[in-house]
Design a protein around this ligand. Structure first.
Ligand code: ADP
Ligand code: MG
Length: 348
C-alpha cells in the first residue's frame, strides 16, 4: 500500500520521562518513569504501522506524543518533513488538524451528556476555520453515514448505542477535520470479538477511501497482523523489532517477539500441539528502573554477559543481512542464533 518516498511521519529518538516526586510542599524529584525511551520509526503515506506490546510498555504515550497531547522529553517528530516537535500556538494547532486520535475505550471517551452530533462536530469548535458554522450539521450527518451510522441518530446520546457503534462515533469524530494520519490507540480492545472485525474492516475501508495513514496500536498481535503493512514490537519503552507482517510473524528474530507470538491462540488443534509455547520468566521490570544493557535480558533465555553491559541497537543484524525475510531490524545481540526454546515454564 505504501508508495510515496517522503514519510508522512518520521519519529527519531522519541523519549518521554515522567518525573517521580516525593513530598507535597517541596516536591523532590526521586527519579523518572521512562514511559518511552528512544523510539524511532517512519510512517509512509497510505501505510498502516502496527505497534504492539504488553500493557505498560509505552504505547499510549507514543500515541499521545504523536498527536501532541504530550510533549516529548527528547527526540523529534517530523510531519511531511517538517519538524513539529517544538511548534506551539497556531502553528501547532494547524499541524494537529492533520494528525487525529481514535481512543481505546468508546465507553469513557465520549461525553455521555453530549449528543452524537455535538461529539462528532466538536473538532469544528476547536478548529472553526475547518468548516463554516452553517455547514457543520450537514458534515456531521455525512460523517455518520461514512462510518456506517444512521444520520437520523444525530440527536441521540452515546448510551443509546452499542460498543461498536460508539467506536464508530469516535472514528467519525477523528475524521471530522479530514486528517492525513489517524493514531488509533487500541481501538478495538474494549469491544466484543465479534464486533472487532467490523470496526477493523471499517478502518480499512476508510483508509482506502480517504488515503489515510494509520498508526494502529494493540496488545493483541493477531488484530494487528490483519491491518498492518509493518509492525513494531515494543518492550519497556523501546522497539524490540520492526518489519513487514511476514517478517515479524513468520520470521521473528527477537526473543520477545517469539514469546509473544507463541502465546497467540491457534485455532487448529494440530498446529497448537506442534507449536512450542514460550513462557517468559518473571515479570516486566519497572520502567522507572529498566535493566542495564538489553532491557529484555532479565526475561530472556538467550541472555549472557554482553546483554547486561551493551544495549543492542535496532538494526538489521549483520549475520542475517542476506537471509531474506529474517533480515529486518531486531534489537538483539544474538538475533541470528537459532531459537532454542526453554523447557515449558522453566526459570532461566
Ligand atoms: P501502554 O499504553 O503500553 O499500556 P502507557 O504508555 O500508558 O503504556 O504507559 C507506559 C508507562 O508510563 C507505564 O508504566 C505508565 O504507568 C507510565 N505512565 C503513563 N502515563 C503517565 C503519567 N502521566 N505519569 C506517570 N507515569 C505515566
Ligand atoms: Mg495504552
Amino acid at each position: 500500500m505504501a508508495e510515496s518516498a517522503e514519510p508522512v511521519l518520521e519519529v527519531t529518538g522519541l523519549v518521554k520521562h515522567y518525573p517521580l516526586t516525593r513530598g507535597i510542599v517541596f516536591r523532590k524529584r526521586t527519579g523518572a518513569v521512562r514511559a518511552v525511551d528512544g523510539v524511532s520509526f517512519s510512517l509512509a503515506r497510505g501505510e498502516t504501522l502496527g505497534i504492539v506490546g504488553e500493557s505498560g510498555c509505552g504505547k499510549s504515550t507514543v500515541a499521545k506524543l504523536l498527536v501532541g497531547l504530550e510533549r516529548p522529553t527528547a527526540g523529534r517528530i517530523r510531519y511531511r518533513g517538517e519538524d513539529i516537535t517544538r511548534l506551539s500556538g497556531r502553528a501547532l494547532k494547524a499541524v494537529r488538524r492533520n494528525i487525529q486520535m481514535v481512543f481505546q475505550d468508546p465507553y469513557t471517551s465520549l461525553d455521555p451528556r453530549m449528543t452524537v452530533g455535538d461529539i462528532v462536530g466538536e473538532p469544528y469548535e476547536i478548529h472553526p476555520e475547518a468548516a463554516p458554522r452553517g455547514d457543520r450539521r450537514r458534515r456531521v450527518r455525512e460523517l455518520l453515514d461514512v462510518v456506517g451510522l444512521s444520520p437520523e441518530h444525530i440527536n441521540r446520546y452515546p448510551h443509546q448505542f452499542s460498543g461498536g457503534q460508539r467506536q464508530r462515533i469516535g472514528i467519525a469524530r477523528g475524521l471530522a477535520l479530514r486528517p492525513e494520519v489517524i493514531v488509533a490507540d487500541e481501538p478495538v480492545s474494549a469491544l466484543d470479538v465479534s464486533v472487532q472485525a467490523q470496526v477493523v474492516n471499517l478502518l480499512e475501508r476508510l483508509q482506502s477511501e480517504f488515503g489515510l495513514s494509520y498508526v494502529f496500536i494493540a496488545h493483541d498481535l493477531s488484530v494487528v497482523r490483519h491491518i498492518s503493512d509493518r509492525v513494531g514490537v515494543m518492550y519497556l519503552g523501546r522497539l524490540a523489532e520492526t518489519g513487514t507482517d511476514t517478517e515479524i510473524y513468520d520470521h521473528p528474530t527477537h526473543p520477545y517477539t517469539q514469546a509473544l507470538l507463541s502465546a497467540v491462540p491457534v485455532p487448529d488443534p494440530g498446529a497448537r500441539e506442534r507449536r512450542e509455547r514460550i513462557i517468559l520468566a518473571g515479570e516486566v521490570p519497572s520502567p522507572a528502573a529498566p535493566p542495564s544493557g538489553c532491557r529484555f535480558r532479565t526475561r530472556c533465555w538467550k541472555a549472557r554477559e554482553r546483554c547486561a553491559v551493551e544495549e543492542p541497537v535496532l538494526a538489521v543484524p549483520v549475520a542475517l543481512a542476506t537471509r531474506g525475510p529474517a533480515a529486518h531490524p531486531s534489537a538483539c545481540h544474538f538475533a541470528e542464533e537459532r531459537r532454542t526454546v526453554p523447557a515449558m515454564g522453566s526459570e532461566r
